[in-house]
Unconditional design. Structure first.
Ligand SMILES: Cc1ncc(C[n+]2csc(CCOP(=O)(O)OP(=O)(O)O)c2C)c(N)n1
Ligand code: SF4
Lengths: 352, 249
């Protein structure tokens, strides 16, 4: 299928990206708006000698991923917000046992059962350790179908490289939008998985665990993991900048909100308004430096999110009071239009 | 001189740190012997549960995965699907399997996953200090049932083997007891049978083992063995609940 252009929904592109990345094990439980991922995998994986299991719950699914990953294979699960809440214990265990895995969250409105509209209400959960304990994980936030496909491929490599769970954080709009997509055959990177549980033939037994009861043992482990997170901070930041160099108003938005904000920035520039976009592609690690660079030229920041204000806290931390940071949010399934954002830009600029 | 007793290769050369008389140590040894006898140590991956057996990897001399409380059957599903030719087993307590993990065990059994579960029923939560388990007997005193388990409000103890045997898919389900030497050997044989079925690709196999926890039962090991062979066995009868390998086709 490599190099071919196809028309696919975001959810299908995520599934196909996983197959291209060599993932052969999918475990998941149905929930809207991500059902196309398990449905696609139930057809596609058997074609390539893989395994699809519809689990009895999200809790079971993440633990199936845990077991498969412990054997050294590439495994994933996907869900939407309520189901991702149930996976948090398992994500914490993956982080604790340092097992690679991909978790896809196609967010919907919350809290509770919320609704099935697109939302970005799970930013905190994804980036601040939704599960217990002192861990981080790489979080990628694609804003279109091609990027979703490409980031899923990247996510598997990074999961193996750092031995960490990785999240791809999308939303219902990304999952359901159909767009042209160029398929590719990524170069297979090889990772040493000497730690994997494969049966101890010709070697000493391997143990994969997250319990460290010895005196000072867990503190040492957590400090070691912290070094790993620091390496991610140093090397893995990804961010799109659009007309940001000379912007007076620096707009920061991710995922679907980022895509809409980009259209709004384009409209603003057509009208001579000097807006620019910073779109974090990795939410952890957060592109602090890009934001700090913008603080040198822009006189004001505006964070746009489809929630009541989550990433804005990270922007404020990065800006460190050097510039005012405004916020515009549409929670609970509300989606801003570019025209709507254009008006907000005007309001913000009048404050300058 | 012929050596008549030796440590199984599948056990590391370290002393067990369970309480005196606890069934876990003996049962670990029985599992190790079964694996040795089948010659599959280097193909085995075991699961350490959350419970007193969490340190299984300190004792077992083969690959071990430690899994969240109650989730071993899900993790085993992922492992076995990834490595179908390995011997994979979970070793779970009654809190792990029959309370927090009841969903995972039923569905893994129902899918007919080709791994083995060793279910240690000691009628209490050992590790957390002797609270009520789903298998605590009616009237049995625990730290959370100080007056004894009452049917009204706490329900009857759950007979997991019988319940799983109502499913069509499981291949082999047996309950044994650790109340005397003879039955310990029977337990080992049941485990060996389950492992053999698994290696033949027959499907889901389950061995429930009535075990003793003298410390939390407030008994000496000998009293505990008697209680296991008495009231416990009366409520949880030992025997084979399912053995598709025995069915005359
Ligand atoms: C999610 C979660 N809840 C509770 C606990 C605390 N906990 C540890 S072991 C255990 C019960 C162990 O009892 P059992 O499974 O019967 O095994 P035993 O110790 O008797 O061998 C509990 C409740 C935990 N570790 N994780
Ligand atoms: S508390 Fe009970 S189950 Fe745990 S080691 Fe002691 S005797 Fe064994």
């Amino acid at each position: 299928m490599s190099g071919r252009q196809v028309l696919m929904k975001g959810n299908e592109a995520i599934a196909e990206g996983a197959v291209a990345a060599g993932c052969r094990y999918f475990f998941g439980y149905p929930i809207t708006p991500q059902n196309e991922i398990p449905e696609y995998m139930s057809r596609r994986l058997p074609e390539v000698g893989g395994v699809f299991v519809q689990s009895e719950s999200e809790v079971a699914a993440i633990n199936m991923v845990f077991g498969a990953s412990a054997c050294g294979v590439r495994a994933m699960t996907s869900s939407s917000s309520p189901g991702i809440s149930l996976k948090q214990e398992g994500i914490s265990y993956l982080a604790g046992a340092e097992l690679p895995a991909l978790i896809v969250n196609i967010q919907r409105g919350g809290p509770g059962l919320g609704n099935i509209s697109a939302s970005q209400g799970d930013y905190f959960q994804a980036t601040k350790g939704g599960g217990h304990g002192d861990y981080r994980m790489l979080v990628y936030a694609p804003s279109n179908v091609q990027e979703a496909y490409d980031l899923v491929i990247k996510a598997f490599d990074k999961a193996d490289e750092y031995r960490t769970p990785v999240m791809v954080l999308g939303d219902g709009i990304l999952g359901q939008t159909m767009e042209p997509l160029v398929l590719r055959k990524p170069k297979a990177r090889r990772f040493d998985k000497g730690w994997a549980l494969t049966g101890c033939e010709g070697r000493a037994p391997n143990v994969v665990k997250s319990l460290f009861m010895g005196e000072g043992e867990l503190e040492r482990m957590n400090l070691l993991r912290q070094k790993k997170y620091d390496r991610m901070r140093a090397r893995e930041v990804m961010c799109e900048e659009y007309m940001a160099e000379d912007a007076e108003l620096a707009v920061v938005a991710f995922g679907t909100a980022g895509r809409i904000a980009k259209a709004a920035v384009r409209l603003a520039r057509e009208r001579g308004i000097k807006a620019g976009l910073i779109r974090p592609v990795t939410l952890f690690p957060f592109p602090d430096r890009v934001v700090q660079k913008a603080a040198k030229t822009a006189s004001r920041f505006l964070v746009v999110e489809m929630n009541t204000g989550q990433m804005v806290e990270d922007v404020r931390l990065a800006v460190d009071a050097a510039r005012p940071v405004g916020f515009y949010g549409r929670p609970g399934g509300g989606v801003p239009t570019p025209a709507e954002l254009l008006k907000v830009f005007g309001r913000e600029l009048r404050k300058i | 001189m012929k050596q008549v007793f030796k440590r199984p290769d599948s056990l590391k050369d370290v002393p067990f740190r369970f309480c005196p008389g606890c069934s876990h140590g003996t049962l670990h040894r029985m599992v190790a012997q079964a694996i040795d006898e089948l010659g599959v140590r280097e193909k085995t991956i075991g699961i350490a549960p959350v419970g007193c057996a969490v340190f299984a990897y300190d004792y077992f001399n083969f690959d071990v995965l430690e899994v969240a409380h109650g989730r071993p059957p899900a993790a085993c599903t992922g492992m076995k699907r990834a490595m179908p030719d390995r011997l994979i087993f979970s070793y779970q307590g009654d809190g792990d399997l029959a309370a927090i993990g009841m969903s995972e065990i039923i569905h893994a059994a129902n899918r007919g996953e080709n791994f083995t579960v060793i279910f240690v029923n000691n009628a209490t939560y050992g590790m957390t200090g002797g609270q009520m388990a789903p298998t605590t007997l009616v009237g049995q005193k625990t730290t959370t049932t100080p007056k004894g388990r009452a049917v009204h409000g706490e329900g009857y103890p759950i007979r997991v083997s019988e319940m799983l045997a109502t499913l069509e898919t499981p291949y082999y389900i047996e309950r044994t007891a650790m109340d005397c030497a003879k039955n310990v050997i029977k337990t080992r044989n049941a485990i060996k049978k389950a492992f053999t079925y698994q290696m033949d690709g027959r499907g889901f196999t389950f061995v429930e083992v009535l075990s003793i926890c003298p410390v939390n039962w407030g008994m000496t090991p000998l009293e505990a063995m008697d209680w296991c062979g008495g009231p416990m066995k009366e409520y949880f009868p030992v025997g084979v609940f399912k053995d598709e390998g025995k069915r005359v086709v």
